[in-house]
Design a protein around this ligand. Structure first.
Ligand SMILES: Nc1ncnc2c1ncn2[C@@H]1O[C@H](COP(=O)(O)OP(=O)(O)OP(=O)(O)O)[C@@H](O)[C@H]1O
Ligand SMILES: [Mg+2]
Length: 372
């Protein structure tokens, strides 16, 4: 079984600590995605799991066995890279076969396995072609097939789709999701694209500067981000984060007020107030529309307010051309953060599904420049 545990992992390159005391459990059979900005340590983490790099300290366990110092070939892990790493002089068949010869699998068994896997990844008609005669997507399939013939417990994929154009990438995403379902094997997948992460992963690990910011399901990350970084990393456009200063609060407890430095809300949770007074209980912010973008079913506006610039996303409403607008953000969609960027959940107002929002329960009554 392909459960992976990283315990107290750190990694130094010379004096620089690029992974800092990392703890992570990757569930057996999960599709786990590591996501984060360039240089945050995603590839380094994968390479340590695969055994291509040694951690400076800490333990790695695969399937209940401690694999510190175990060479890559003995870890029951197969890795697929961004640049495919195919042998250019060998045809598709031989590229797939190479690892099997090394592992002394008998010829008859090899051929059966290769035929099987070529069928799964849709390469049966290309077995005699050299890599240079293949498209990017076909090359990536060869790399996948080569990993699959090893029948590993764990697949490790480092940005395998980033060399493909948008359409093919989309298609390969779907294929990889299906492949994962079919194999039932643990997939550990790296990308810096949050949309890819959200659409593929059943568990997402957000990293920044060698530190895990949050590990959770896509929905949990979206609804319940642990901190400002995670909040802004997931979602398009990103969550608006504005300085808390200037909000006039009446009902928050003094202690939580003191700690709040920023508040945030997702662009899709702000409602444009059109004409008449809205009955929605929430934070009203007024401002001037700076840019408008129509994407067909949805419109995105950048609005300059006394708190700073924020964006909103509306669906199925005609494009608003007025310059001055007011938006309402329902109280239950406001997030608060302290000066280190951590969420202040205790300060937030959340509505239980069976309880209507009443004015008595509203946390804040505010008045803001340009507003209602
Ligand atoms: N062999 C190496 N020697 C020295 N520093 C390295 C080495 N490999 C990686 N690093 C450094 O470690 C940090 C993490 O690198 P890593 O390749 O893991 O990032 P990444 O998250 O995969 O980024 P990207 O999205 O750009 O691929 C970076 O600051 C990088 O410069
Ligand atoms: Mg990388």
């Amino acid at each position: 079984m392909g459960k992976i545990e990283l315990k107290g992992i750190s990694k130094f390159f010379k004096q620089e600590e690029v992974i800092k005391d990392l703890d992570l459990t990757i569930k057996d059979g999960s599709f786990t995605v590591l996501v984060g900005p360039s240089g945050c340590g995603k590839s380094t983490t994968l390479r340590m799991i695969a055994g291509l790099d040694d951690q400076t300290s800490g333990d790695i366990w695969i399937d209940g066995k401690r694999v510190n110092g175990v060479p890559p070939g003995m870890r029951d892990v197969a890795m697929v890279f961004q640049n495919y790493a195919l042998y250019p002089t060998m045809n598709v068949h031989d590229n797939i076969e190479f690892g099997l010869i090394n592992r002394k699998v008998p010829k008859k068994e090899r051929e059966a396995l290769i035929a099987d896997i070529a069928e799964i990844v849709g390469l049966s008609d290309y077995m005699k072609k050299k890599p240079e005669m293949l498209s990017g997507g076909q090359r990536q399939r060869v790399a996948l097939a080569r990993a699959m013939v090893k029948k590993p417990q764990v697949f490790i994929l480092d940005e395998p789709l980033s060399n493909l154009d948008a359409k093919l990438r989309h298609q390969m995403r779907t294929e990889l999701i299906q492949l994962h379902k079919r194999l039932g094997t643990t997939f550990v997948y790296v990308t810096h694209d949050q949309v890819e992460a959200m659409s593929m992963g059943d568990e997402i690990v957000i990293m920044n500067k060698g530190v895990i910011q949050q590990a959770a399901s896509p929905l949990e990350l979206y609804n319940d981000p642990a901190n400002m970084f995670a909040a802004q990393f997931i979602g398009t456009p990103a969550m608006n984060i504005l300085p808390y200063k200037g909000l006039q609060l009446h009902t928050l407890s003094a202690s939580s007020k003191e700690d709040i430095r920023h508040f945030g809300f997702r662009p899709e949770h702000a409602q444009l107030n059109l004409g008449q007074e809205t009955s929605v209980e929430g934070l009203r912010i007024g401002g001037e529309i700076m840019t408008r973008e129509s994407l067909g079913a949805e419109n995105i506006y950048q609005i300059q307010s006394s708190f700073g610039m924020f964006s909103i996303k509306t669906f199925l409403a005609p494009l608003i051309l007025d310059n001055m607008v007011t938006v309402t953000v329902p109280y239950e969609h406001l997030y608060y953060f302290d000066n280190s960027g951590m969420r202040l959940r205790q300060a937030e107002f959340r509505v239980a599904s069976n309880e209507p929002v009443t004015s008595e329960r509203a946390l804040e009554l505010i008045s803001v420049g340009g507003g209602v």
